[in-house]
Ligand binder design. Structure first.
Ligand SMILES: [Zn+2]
Length: 287
């Protein structure tokens, strides 16, 4: 029962694609295509504050210019009903509402996967607020296809939010999306490593088979990860040859010689893609 490999790239359309998100796009693409699989695109466009429709469109066009053509495009905003249906399937005894203020929550200690909640609202029997999933039975170890066994200290265990008053949490949507898109392999940046146990836990609660997880190192600038908020410069498709070169170098791939055009470079890069060469550190320094 060899299931076909189905991978995905799920950028948040809060800004243009930068070198960090392009790295994720390429790694997930190479992994999927190297396994004769499908590569699907997901647009995380439900966080209305951050998402802007024009970014979603821009992302699709940019990927096209890099000749990364998804086998499916999925918009989170079209699946709000699905999120609610799956949320309803969770047992009431596994969840509770929390009405702690933002200020209170900000004072909580920060763990690897977000703040560590002190269960203040566990016994309050609230009818409204943010919904938390009880995490007592959550397993914190998981096997990562790149880094191997990931172990998170149990002190980082915390009842986490799956739905806010404003909408579903990223963690929860991601699980449902991966399921609905039939994703078999999740390939993404190492900044999301520690949210994986939470996602595996939700899958378990919903009786969903977990996909395999592979995280890859992310670019960091002076030890800080590059994200849209601290402005990784948007990639310029006209520079696609240099950009792919830079990404291949940072991932320690064989750089094909005597290639001058982008499409040949992409073909060669895919042919010789070797994930075992990629660094096992969590980030790659960028000058
Ligand atoms: Zn609370």
């Amino acid at each position: 029962m060899n299931k076909r490999y189905i991978g995905r790239f799920a950028p948040s359309p809060s800004g243009s694609l930068h070198i960090g998100s392009m790295t994720s796009a390429f790694v997930s693409y190479f992994e999927a295509k190297h396994n004769n699989g499908l590569w699907k695109l997901r647009i995380d466009d439900i966080d209305e504050e951050r998402s802007k429709k024009n970014y979603a469109e821009e992302i699709i066009i940019t990927l096209e210019k890099f000749a990364l053509i998804p086998d499916e495009i999925y918009f989170q905003s079209e699946h709000i009903k699905d999120y609610q249906n799956y949320l309803n399937e969770l047992s009431e005894k596994d969840t509770y509402f929390c009405d702690c203020s933002r200020k209170t929550l900000q004072q909580l200690p920060q763990g690897l996967a977000g703040s560590i909640y002190n269960q203040t609202c566990l016994e309050k029997n609230l009818k409204y607020g943010a919904m938390r999933l009880k995490a007592d039975e959550m397993k914190l170890d998981f096997y990562d296809q790149h880094y191997g066994l990931i172990k998170i200290p149990s002190s980082h265990k915390s009842d986490f939010i799956i739905k806010r008053k404003e909408g579903f949490s990223y963690i929860f949507c991601c699980v449902i999306d991966d399921y609905l898109q039939k994703i078999t392999h999740v390939v993404r940046g190492s900044d999301l490593t520690y949210s994986t146990p939470q996602q595996i836990f939700i899958q378990k609660k919903l009786g969903i088979i977990s996909p395999k997880y592979m995280h890859h190192p992310i670019f960091s600038l002076n030890g800080k990860k590059i994200s849209k908020s601290d402005q990784g410069e948007p990639v310029i498709p006209e520079n696609r040859f240099e950009i792919l070169m830079q990404i291949l170098k940072s991932l320690h791939q064989n750089i094909p010689k005597n290639i001058r055009n982008y499409n040949d470079l992409l073909t060669q890069a895919l042919t010789f893609w070797d994930n075992s060469k990629v660094s096992k550190s969590f980030d790659i320094a960028m000058d």
